[in-house]
Write a protein that binds this ligand. Structure first.
Ligand code: MLT
Length: 238
């Protein structure tokens, strides 16, 4: 029977037993938005690694390397963490080794926790992801990457959007205050998400780095239909 729980930060993950649940890793700006885009654009897989060194080792095995820290692309890598770097055929048929400030650490953290599935969540595939989770009809844990273990607005807003959509479609019980808060927060902001998020720390950080187009792109709802999940240690179309 489907149910919804929200983990607001990686430091709270240890309080939730994710065994046999469908865990949706959420890093809207931008890791999971970029992963969903890469798979949509025909990438064979995206492997989430914790360190730049691990990504560079995979270059020797033919992976494209993508690295970001504090919103900026790292020197010496093929890509940063912008979804736009995955477009125009740049990743078609390729395997990508990705390391980011928060999102890839979260994927790595839950990849060995006994989850039924580890999925990449984004506003971009909101509708198809809600339908996939409803169809699988299992416990859902919405895992917010946050920023360096702190709460952030954008990931929590997505948890509220996805949790609220599943609740609206199924009437499922929600016995998790973080989920109830996330749903209410999204209801407050949904009328104009971009304006609401202009005050958020990462929105300001990315704007300062001239990533305004990424912000607009990552807040689009349900423009991608593929479901991206962990298979054999890599994020793939499932
Ligand atoms: C993250 O991993 O926290 C984000 O993806 C950082 C970013 O790309 O700006």
């Amino acid at each position: 029977m489907i149910s919804i729980e929200v983990v607001l930060s990686p430091v709270l993950l240890h309080l939730t037993d994710v065994t046999d649940s469908n865990v949706v890793v959420i890093d809207i700006l931008r890791a999971t938005s970029t992963i969903c885009t890469a798979i949509h654009e025909g990438a064979e897989s995206v492997i989430a690694v914790k360190t730049p060194e691990e990504a560079l080792e995979l270059k020797l095995k033919g992976y494209i390397t993508a690295a970001e820290r504090d919103g900026a692309k790292l020197e010496g890598f093929d890509m940063g963490n912008s979804p736009f770097e995955c477009m125009n055929g740049a990743v078609k048929g390729k395997r990508i080794a990705l390391t980011t400030t928060n999102g890839t650490k979260c994927i790595e953290a839950v990849s060995h926790a006994g989850a039924r599935n580890v999925l990449s969540g984004s506003f971009l595939n909101l509708e198809s992801l809600s339908d996939w989770l409803i169809n699988d009809n299992q416990r859902v844990v919405l895992f917010c990457a946050g920023w360096k273990d702190s709460f952030n607005l954008e990931d929590t807003l997505f948890a509220g959007a996805l949790g609220g959509l599943i609740h609206q479609k199924t009437g499922c019980l929600i016995d998790c205050d973080a989920a109830l808060m996330s749903i209410d927060l999204y209801e407050c902001a949904r009328v104009d998400l971009a304006s609401y998020l202009k005050k958020s720390s990462h929105y300001k950080r990315l704007s300062h780095l001239h990533h305004e187009e990424d912000l607009k792109y990552c807040l689009q709802h349900s423009v991608i239909h593929e479901i991206t999940g962990l298979r054999d240690g890599e994020m793939k179309k499932i």
